[in-house]
Design a protein. Structure first.
Length: 254
């Protein structure tokens, strides 16, 4: 079967999906109709599996996992204030942290488990302990997508030679969240399946800067423009049944 979805198309899909999601999160309390919010959050669910897929691809092809992890970690730190501005409407709120921290943790888990497996297959139980502890840590620290991100990364890497197993397991993990909107998340695996695997043309600087840049712009609009105009809205309780469980419901209290 011909796989005709290019890397650039897949990356643009992920970026547009994520942008749509964060706009919904930021402006939900400013009078956004519940139906529009639900539609935008459903679109936003598609970004998660695609970004985890690219994380694994980066791990496979990078010349230095250490440098890759450091760059991703620095980007996570840079993005935290814009993330809090968008999600909470303030500069600092450490009870919930952006998804890049989770991606860093998933990358380190891949590195550790892969190193142990290649060194000695009898060390697989030790690798399992690492996975369990890091998954628990991601949940305790309030990292976005927490254990689901780590498990999905492991599935994309270790089951990549067994497509049926990989996509079935990935679909199950992607849909787990306890929210209605996340039931559409496995649909993101369709473009992933048809990815042609070829190198894209979008500059790395665009991909690396998009996350903090769009969060900063959305956060500034929320904190300084809308509130400056005195635009406030009552929160519709229906949102509680649609929001992703990994995101704090307090974000809807303006």
């Amino acid at each position: 079967m011909n796989k005709r979805i290019t890397t650039d198309i897949l990356k643009i899909t992920a970026m547009v999906s994520m942008l749509t999601d964060h706009v919904a999160v930021a402006f939900a309390g400013f009078g956004m109709p519940a139906g529009i919010y639900w539609m935008m959050r459903c679109i936003g669910r598609l970004a998660f599996p695609i970004y985890v897929y690219f994380l694994v691809q980066g791990y496979i092809y990078t010349h230095s996992v250490g440098k890759y992890a450091i760059k991703l970690g620095l980007l996570a730190v840079i993005s935290e204030i814009p993330y809090d501005m968008t999600v909470y409407g303030c500069f600092f709120d450490f009870r919930h942290n952006n998804v890049l921290f989770t991606l860093v943790l998933a990358l380190l888990v891949l590195w550790a488990t892969d190193s142990l497996y290649k060194k000695n297959r009898w060390l697989v139980p030790a690798a399992a302990v690492i996975v369990i502890w890091t998954a628990a840590l991601s949940h305790i620290l309030g990292l976005d997508y927490s254990y689901r991100c780590i498990l999905l990364a492991l599935i994309f890497y270790y089951a990549r030679q067994y497509e049926v197993i990989m996509y079935t397991a990935a679909a199950i993990i992607s849909a787990i969240s306890g929210s209605l909107a996340s039931l559409v998340t496995p649909l993101a695996l369709v473009p992933v399946y048809f990815h042609d695997g070829k190198k894209g043309h979008i500059p790395k600087a665009v991909m690396w800067s998009f996350y903090p840049a769009h969060l900063l712009i959305i956060g500034m609009i929320r904190m300084f423009f809308l509130k400056g105009l005195g635009i406030y809205g009552e929160f519709d309780g229906l949102y509680l049944s649609l929001i992703h469980i990994s995101e704090p419901t307090r974000l809807l209290s303006i």
